[in-house]
Design a protein around this ligand. Structure first.
Ligand code: UN1
Length: 497
């Protein structure tokens, strides 16, 4: 057996052990015999050191011209291109999703790196005339300072890149706490940044739990902004912790995303989308298609085809290229999924396929659940309302477009939605009336690209977006600058009236 590597924190340009003297082990969710690595079980002392290093580094980094900062991001992205396969393989080992998807995850970090590198030569603000003579005015973006990041396990490098790249290009310094289930990908990413020349203290990495690392980070007086992706339950705590000190706070939380299938849709295409949207990443995306709202005229055909496809999915270790769906991230997540399946059955939903843990042979070494489809799901059921984050989807009948739109909107969340239809009128009504931050026509609810804003409404977010130019807003403050070159006192709103 290969020796298990011990990974360290990265603070002030040094790889260091935690002050706690403790570590934790991380295992492959598809094969728990495979130890992915040993990581630092950090605490508030480590966070304090990382924030102090970031605060000091900010003094210089903020003055590096943005196009120069961008050149470094470009080099990092180029390097990630060269390391893509290694990063993807290790990500499959630590997270479980299949290789093609981890390659996509790494690609998303590359795309975002390139995009933000381009933004370094823009970082546009508005220049606008004054109401007074001989006066000039403009808006510039200023970095906020130390940016704290708490990232999830389902996109181990893509989501860290969505936060780190815009923060860095704006001139902020970073302290990142990756998910306890997936610290390895961020360790690799930060190592690449170090090797490509990120100055000491500009990026700091502290591994460990939400309670011991996340909490001290989000309550630290020297942290200017927190960017968090995770559950709505934890997001509420982050929001409260930041609110006390008016700390900037960007939250990206749960989803209960719908695919609305109309009776004029290409049903085979809709089924393709449903299978990918529901079972891609084992359903562990905030954008996963967890509710199919299907017109009564086509519900039988759609459901029969969906179930046949779900039953045929090849579930297993994502390192095997023929596998289509990997395991749940850990035992507790698997148990949550199995509990929701029991809840669905008790509520009277009809289980059409799946519904159990996969066992026997290699399955016993991982946390595998079957692709599961429930029918006869109604809007009062918990499996219709609550985010499951696993290989479970539900089918609900609708009578009409209006009824379908109402059902889609009947949730506390508002991340992603989709409609399958050939009728342009239906498509435009759904685009307008389904209340989400992302929307797709004739495609499932997953698959956002990095140059458009990503995020949601209602309990999914708190009004911010990441990725796209909008992602820069989280990490910069507007400063409006007025230059009066008249040589006289000029009173706005008074002297020109
Ligand atoms: C997530 O759902 O947790 O849009 C992130 C997508 C990916 C990112 C998803 N590009 O599905």
């Amino acid at each position: 057996m290969a020796e298990v590597i011990r990974y360290k924190n990265y603070i002030g340009g040094q790889w260091v052990e935690s002050r706690s003297g403790e570590t934790f082990e991380n295992r492959n969710p598809a094969n728990t015999d495979d130890v992915v690595g040993i990581f630092q079980k950090s605490n508030a002392n480590d966070v304090n050191e990382a924030v102090a290093a970031a605060k000091e580094a900010f003094n210089k980094w903020r003055l590096v011209p943005a196009p120069k900062r961008a050149e470094l991001l470009l080099r990092i992205a180029d390097r990630v291109v060269r390391e893509k396969e290694r990063l993807a393989r290790d990500m499959t080992r630590e997270m479980g999703k299949v290789l093609n998807e981890t390659r996509g995850d790494v690609q998303e970090a590359i795309d975002l790196g390139y995009f933000m590198a381009g933004e370094g030569r823009r970082l546009h603000g508005v220049t606008t005339p004054s109401e007074l003579p001989n006066k000039f005015q403009m808006c510039v973006r200023q970095p906020k300072g130390v940016a704290g990041m708490i990232t999830p396990w389902n996109f181990p490098v893509a989501i860290p890149s969505w936060k780190m790249m815009p923060a860095l290009v704006c001139g902020n310094t970073v302290v990142i706490k990756p998910a306890t289930d997936t610290p390895l990908s961020v360790c690799h990413y930060v190592k690449i940044m170090e090797e490509e020349g990120i100055p000491p203290g500009v990026v700091n990495l502290v591994t460990g739990s939400g309670g011991s690392v996340g909490m001290p980070l989000m309550t630290h007086k020297d942290v200017a902004v927190i960017s968090f992706t995770g559950s709505t339950e934890i997001g509420r705590k982050v929001s409260e912790a930041c609110a006390r000190d008016f700390r900037g706070c960007h939250l990206e939380m749960g989803g209960k995303n719908c695919i609305l299938v109309m009776d004029d849709a290409d049903i085979d295409l809709a089924v393709d989308g449903a299978v990918w949207g529901a079972f891609g990443t084992t359903g562990q995306r905030c954008t996963a298609s967890s509710r199919m709202i299907v017109h009564k005229n086509v519900i039988k055909e759609f459901t029969d085809k969906l179930v046949a496809r779900a039953r045929a999915l090849n579930v297993g270790n994502g390192l095997d290229e023929s596998v289509e769906m990997g395991p749940a991230i850990n035992e507790s997540q698997m148990n949550t999924v199995l509990e929701y399946i029991e809840i669905g059955k008790k509520e009277g939903a009809r289980l059409l396929c799946g519904g159990e843990r996969l066992t026997g042979g290699d399955y016993d070494k991982g946390f595998f659940t079957m692709p599961t489809v429930f029918a006869d799901v109604t809007s009062d059921m918990r499996i219709f309302q609550e985010e499951i984050f696993g290989s479970v989807t539900s089918v609900t009948v609708c009578e009409s477009l209006e009824d379908g739109i109402d059902l889609c909107n009947n949730t506390a969340y508002g991340l992603s939605g989709s409609i399958y239809t050939r009728d342009v009128n239906n498509a435009f009504r759904a685009m307008r009336d389904i209340y989400t931050g992302l929307f797709y026509v004739n495609a499932p609810t997953i698959g956002a690209e990095v140059h458009l804003p990503f995020g949601g409404v209602k309990d999914t977010g708190n009004g911010h977006r990441e990725a796209g130019v909008a992602g820069i807003d989280v990490f910069s403050e507007w400063k409006s600058i007025y230059v009066d070159f008249s040589g006289t006192i000029q009173r706005a709103q008074i002297d020109n009236r």
